[in-house]
Design a binder for this molecule. Structure first.
Ligand code: NIG
Ligand code: FE
Length: 387
């Protein structure tokens, strides 16, 4: 077994300690063995290793865990974005445009688009990706999306309940029956999680409950699109069902915050969505101060937020959601891992998977301090240079 010691680390953030403010080690070293972190600490105390890699005085952070993305789709909605920026509000209905384009696309076209997006993610420091279906909305197209996602990402989520497709517009209950019946049967073998867009214009509380109950009975873990476009029952349902994560959390009342704080359900914030839909930002400070576990993810999709960049989301979370740079980095790494119920990624404690990003900067603070600048110098995944 070859061991490698990484030197020339101006600042190493391991998050081995649960406290996001625990800080980073200056002039550090990191030893990797067998794709795992074997040792971290001050360079002066680093043990010998077979190989040495000098990182040239850069900061090292855990690879980002992007716990919420929709990457199996065709086409884009640039015109919808342009209209939104001049006043047309975002609505759930735009999803149907992407559904039509996705159904018409070949497997290879969808694969190539997914690869393009996950490559973008990797170049920006993301080493673990979650990806949902939700632009197929037939039994075959949803199962296809999940099968294709499974080829390229680690965490896969069945989102047949993204929106009621046009052909079921007059009979939404029949669509709900399909989502929790034949479609679930076809999709469950490819999925880790099930998700529902619980929102006005998508699925109501009763429909959400039915779908979550069926998915849970099938052995899927749960996540939920909750409280994105207005106050609603999504967060409460996520907590009630013990979902891994309640995502968006843009509109929360006191009860929602208390429910999240008293639960194992992670509040996953998607600051790129508020940015790209010009919506109010979620109250991250209240969530943090109440003791909720907070994650940050991109929600990359062609409608509400077409970014693959976790550094961009961190910058927005710091600037507009008033998270500290340390809280935002933690949420984008450990927080994302918790939202996927993983403890082997998102940190660089001994035994963790050696997934890390080397920044062209002396400190992780630059991720927010230098918005829009491509600061990720190199990425290692499983202890191997990636990309
Ligand atoms: O997370 N909210 C639902 N789904 C996506 C948007 C999908 C779309 O607009 O195509 C989201 O924002
Ligand atoms: Fe989403």
């Amino acid at each position: 077994m070859t061991t490698t010691v990484f030197t020339g680390i101006a600042e190493l953030t391991t998050h081995a300690d649960a406290d996001p403010d625990a800080g980073a080690v200056a002039d550090a070293a990191l030893v990797v063995a067998d794709g795992r972190v074997a040792w971290t600490g001050p360079l002066s105390q680093a043990p010998d290793a077979d190989e040495r890699v000098d990182l040239g005085g850069r900061a090292v952070i855990p690879g980002f865990v992007d716990s919420h993305a929709h990457l199996v789709f065709a086409g884009d909605r640039a015109q919808e974005f342009a209209a939104r920026m001049t006043g047309t509000p975002y609505s759930a209905g735009g999803i149907r445009t992407t559904v039509a384009a996705t159904r018409a696309a070949s497997d290879d076209a969808l694969r190539a688009n997914l690869k393009r997006l996950t490559d973008e993610m990797l170049r920006q420091g993301t080493t673990t990706v979650e990806c949902k279906s939700g632009y197929g909305l037939t039994v075959e197209d949803e199962a296809r999306a999940l099968r294709l996602a499974r080829e390229q990402v680690e965490a896969v989520t069945y989102l047949g309940a993204h929106v009621v497709p046009a052909e079921y517009k007059e009979r939404p209950e029949e669509y709900v029956d399909l989502v929790k019946g034949a479609m679930l049967d076809a999709c469950a073998p490819y999925a880790d999680y099930a998700d529902v867009f619980c929102e006005r214009g998508a699925f109501d509380a009763e429909q959400t409950r039915e779908i979550l109950t069926a998915a849970q009975a099938k052995g899927l873990d749960l996540r939920l699109h909750a409280n994105q476009l207005g106050n609603g029952p999504g967060v409460q349902l996520a907590v009630e069902f013990g979902a891994a994560s309640a995502d968006h959390c843009t509109f929360l009342d006191d009860k929602d915050i208390a429910a999240l704080a008293g639960s194992q359900t992670v509040a996953t914030l998607l600051p790129g969505v508020e940015f790209s839909t010009r919506s109010p930002y979620p109250d991250a400070r209240r969530l943090l101060e109440a003791g909720a576990t907070v994650a940050i993810a991109t929600d990359c999709n062609p409608g509400s937020c077409y970014t693959t960049s976790m550094p961009f989301c961190i910058a927005v979370a710091v600037r507009d959601m008033h998270m500290s740079p340390a809280e935002a980095l933690w949420a984008a790494t450990v927080g994302g891992a918790k939202a996927l119920r993983r403890d082997d990624i998102g940190h660089l404690g001994v035994g963790a998977r050696a997934d890390f990003a080397v920044l062209d900067a002396p400190s992780y603070i630059h991720l927010a301090y230098r918005p829009g600048v491509p600061l990720v110098h190199r990425v290692w995944k499983n202890g191997t240079p990636a990309g």
